[in-house]
Unconditional design. Structure first.
Length: 117
C-alpha cells in the first residue's frame, strides 16, 4: 500500500508544476518595464553621448507607471518565454494619463524577467 505522504505528494504535483511554469506576474512586468527604461537611458548615453543620455533620462523620468495588470500570458512557440497581454496605466507630460493594452514578449533572464522583441 502506498504511504499517505506519497499520495499527498502525488496529488500536489500538478499544482507545483503549474506554479513553476507560470508566466510573469504584474509586478514582474512592471519591474521589466522600469528596468527596460533604465537600459534605454544607459544605451542613449553610450551611443549618443552625455547630451542624448540626459535627454532620454529626462523623458523617461517623466513617465509614471501607475498600474500594470497582466491579462493573459501564453508560452511562446519556442517555449523560451511568454507572450503576454498587459493593461498599462501610465502618465506622461505630453499625453497625460492613459490606459492602454499592449502585447509584450517576456523572457526570464539572470536578473528576472526581460522584455524582448
Amino acid at each position: 500500500m502506498i504511504a499517505r505522504s506519497t499520495l499527498l505528494a502525488l496529488a500536489a504535483l500538478p499544482f507545483l508544476i503549474t506554479a513553476c511554469s507560470s508566466g510573469p506576474s504584474s509586478a514582474d512586468v512592471e519591474k521589466a518595464l522600469k528596468d527596460g527604461m533604465q537600459k534605454a537611458v544607459k544605451e542613449a548615453q553610450s551611443q549618443g553621448g552625455e547630451t542624448a543620455g540626459k535627454m532620454v533620462a529626462a523623458m523617461m523620468s517623466a513617465v509614471e507607471i501607475h498600474a500594470v495588470k497582466v491579462q493573459e500570458c501564453k508560452k511562446d512557440s519556442a517555449e523560451k518565454g511568454y507572450d503576454c497581454t498587459v493593461e498599462l496605466k501610465v502618465k506622461t507630460p505630453m499625453a497625460g494619463e492613459q490606459t492602454t493594452t499592449k502585447q509584450l514578449h517576456l523572457v526570464k533572464g539572470n536578473d528576472g524577467w526581460e522584455i524582448r522583441q
